[in-house]
Design a protein around this ligand. Structure first.
Ligand code: HEC
Length: 162
């Protein structure tokens, strides 16, 4: 009986060894064959090249949809300082933030959408960058909306201001 048991356990152990090898082989195959996970909508491209491509000029066309998105994002991120019409009179300015220049100054009127995107990405002087809060596509949307604001001369009553 003992001999039989010894033989059995030897066989089992030997089987275990080959089993381990096989499991490794199976495990590595499994990791290759893992199920396809679709990219969820709204996922932020994180690759450096994806970011660079999204920021490369001329950027997306200023369609009405893009401009509407730009207006919404501008109001969320930029108006606290720049004001709804971009005169540099946002609500935080009287609370001690440095006042931004008016978008209607000659120099700022001359900025291209690409330059505005760059200011959002890198910041400028006393303005912090917004690269971690505003998606590349939205930076173009905001830039085109600002150009539109400048052409219109502002929003509502405020457009009368210089
Ligand atoms: C916390 C306040 C603040 C917020 C929010 C802010 N800015 Fe500014 N911005 C400034 C200030 C201050 C300046 C002037 C910077 C300087 O010249 O030192 C400025 C300057 C600028 C300029 C002019 C750059 C130049 O060439 O002189 C642009 C364009 C601009 N901001 C766009 C934006 C956009 C777009 C947003 C929203 C994504 C935004 N800013 C949000 C404070 C702000």
């Amino acid at each position: 009986m003992r001999i039989a048991a010894a033989i059995t356990s030897f066989v089992l152990l030997a089987a275990c060894d080959t089993g381990t090898e096989e499991r490794d082989a199976v495990a590595s195959t499994r990791s290759v064959q893992r199920g396809f996970v679709p990219v969820p909508p709204g996922t932020i491209p994180r690759g450096v090249s994806a970011q660079a491509a999204a920021l490369a000029p001329p950027g997306p066309e200023p369609t009405p949809v893009l401009l509407a998105r730009g207006e919404e994002r501008f109001k969320a991120f930029c108006t606290p300082c720049h004001g709804v019409s971009g005169h540099g009179d946002g609500p935080v300015v009287p609370r001690g933030f440095s006042p931004p220049p008016s978008y209607y100054e000659e120099r700022l009127r001359a900025l291209t959408p690409e330059q505005v995107v760059q200011v959002i990405t890198q910041g400028k002087g006393r303005m912090f960058p917004y690269a971690d809060r505003v998606l590349p596509e939205d930076r173009w949307a905001i830039a085109h909306y600002i150009k539109e604001l400048q052409m219109r001369g502002g929003v509502g009553q405020e457009s009368a201001k210089p």
